[in-house]
Design a protein around this ligand. Structure first.
Ligand SMILES: *Cc1c(COP(=O)(O)O)cnc(C)c1O
Length: 416
């Protein structure tokens, strides 16, 4: 549903009327606040939502493009990045920036790796490549397509984790980046970043850890006592990381962090240009204008929650995940691997999980699916801890309906 030409109204409409219209338009959207949506939205509760909103509007008109004009935003960005680095074992000298989202962070990390490689191989014009597990996010394909890089996706192991030996075999002397996910989106499982680190060190390759969905939950889940393996700058070969504030950082949308081990690595990301009539323009990320609200809301939410707040919210997420992991085997499902964070996927040996998905959709549950293998996929929020029993009861009903031959289509399934 992309737009086509529509005339702008000749005369304007008063805001209260427009507001009513907008609220009305949302009536058919996923009712995520009631806890039945486990994709797209992170529901940390009304307290966090209120902080996001007010902090966003305080700096909504300001522009992070102008640090000299808005030192407040520059300082908030530096503090948010600093908190990210300290959570992810950034060593002395590590640096980063806020971007508009995971895709932006990933694109800029790939750009930095490419330009860094080129600066070390100034006379080498060969086509370059990137090596990733098959489970890596499509943002890498988008970045590689933009930059004419070849993305080599290597099949994952039977435990759904990156096959490091296979990836190492795909590295050649035109490989600019090796990728691991912490965790991967489809499986919610953390790749063996330590082994990837060994492969990266042995071949002198830039290692990027995509912690878009894990970076702001995994450190707290570890503090809460779960055996989260090393996945961040703690591993010396990790060169850069992406970690989304607008996912498990519970910040307003439009905010992620891209982090680098050294400023020399980050400098390869920055675009510094002055050969036009407008003077020198330095942009660290893909954006020109950078919405101040996304930065200020991130700063406010992180300071509002603090370590205690995040540990408590993420404890609710992992509690919900554990109870789902414990509940679904009774219905015959098999959880893929051993998830530790907020994503869980489960397949079924003899039921069509896509038919189960449609049944669940009809019951008002909006989630995701995986294809290798076919599985139901949940990305959980703190609020889900309150609806697990309801979810499992509905899942039982959905399985029974599918066993009974009910093949609801998505067309018939109506969110109500
Ligand atoms: C969400 C996600 C991305 C992309 O982030 P956006 O903010 O949606 O652009 C990249 N990698 C992983 C693992 C993700 O979960």
């Amino acid at each position: 549903m992309s737009g086509s030409a529509t005339p702008l109204p000749e005369t304007g409409t008063a805001w209260p009327e427009l507001r009513d219209q907008m609220v009305e338009r949302g009536a058919g959207d996923a009712k995520w606040r009631d806890g039945r949506t486990a994709v797209y939205v992170f529901n940390a509760g009304p307290d966090v939502e209120a902080v996001q909103k007010e902090a966003y509007t305080l700096y909504m008109s300001e522009n992070g493009l102008g640090p000299a004009a808005f030192p407040s935003l520059a300082q908030m960005e530096a503090e948010v990045v600093g908190m990210g680095l300290s959570l992810l074992h950034g060593p002395d000298g590590s640096v980063g920036n806020i971007t508009s989202g995971g895709t932006d962070s990933i694109t800029m990390a790939v750009k930095a790796a490419r330009d860094h490689w080129r600066s070390e191989h100034p006379d080498d014009a060969r086509p370059l490549n990137v090596v990733a597990p098959r489970s890596a996010h499509p943002a890498f394909d988008k970045a590689c397509s933009l930059m004419d890089l070849e993305l080599r996706r290597i099949a994952v192991r039977s435990d759904h984790l990156a096959d490091v030996a296979g990836m190492e075999a795909a590295i050649d002397d035109a490989t600019i980046m090796l990728i691991g996910s912490a965790p991967s989106f489809p499986y919610g499982l953390i790749d063996p970043i330590d082994e990837l680190g060994e492969a990266a060190a042995a071949t002198g390759t830039w290692l990027h850890v995509d912690a878009c969905v894990g970076g702001y939950i995994a450190p707290f889940v570890r503090m809460n006592g779960a055996p989260v393996p090393p996945f961040d700058f703690e591993i010396p070969a990790v060169t850069s990381m992406s970690a989304d504030l607008h996912k498990y950082g519970y910040c307003a949308k439009g905010a992620s962090t891209v982090l680098f081990r050294t400023d020399a690595h980050r400098q390869a990301m920055v675009f510094d240009f002055d050969t036009w009539p407008g003077g020198r323009m330095i942009t660290p990320t893909l954006a020109g204008t950078r919405p101040g609200g996304a930065i200020s809301a991130a700063w406010a939410v992180m300071n509002h929650l603090g370590v205690e707040g995040y540990r408590a919210k993420h404890g609710q997420v992992t509690d919900a995940r554990q109870r789902i992991e414990e509940g679904v085997p009774a219905l015959g499902f098999e959880v893929l691997g051993r998830p530790l964070l907020g994503i869980v996927a489960f397949s079924h040996p003899d039921l069509d999980v896509y038919a189960v998905y449609r049944q669940m959709y009809r019951r008002g549950w909006i989630a995701a699916l995986t294809t290798e293998p076919p599985a139901l996929h949940l990305m959980l929020s703190p609020f889900h801890a309150t609806v697990v029993d309801e979810y499992l009861a509905d899942l039982g009903g959905a399985c029974e309906a599918v066993r009974g031959g009910d093949t609801t289509t998505m067309g018939e399934a109506r969110y109500s």
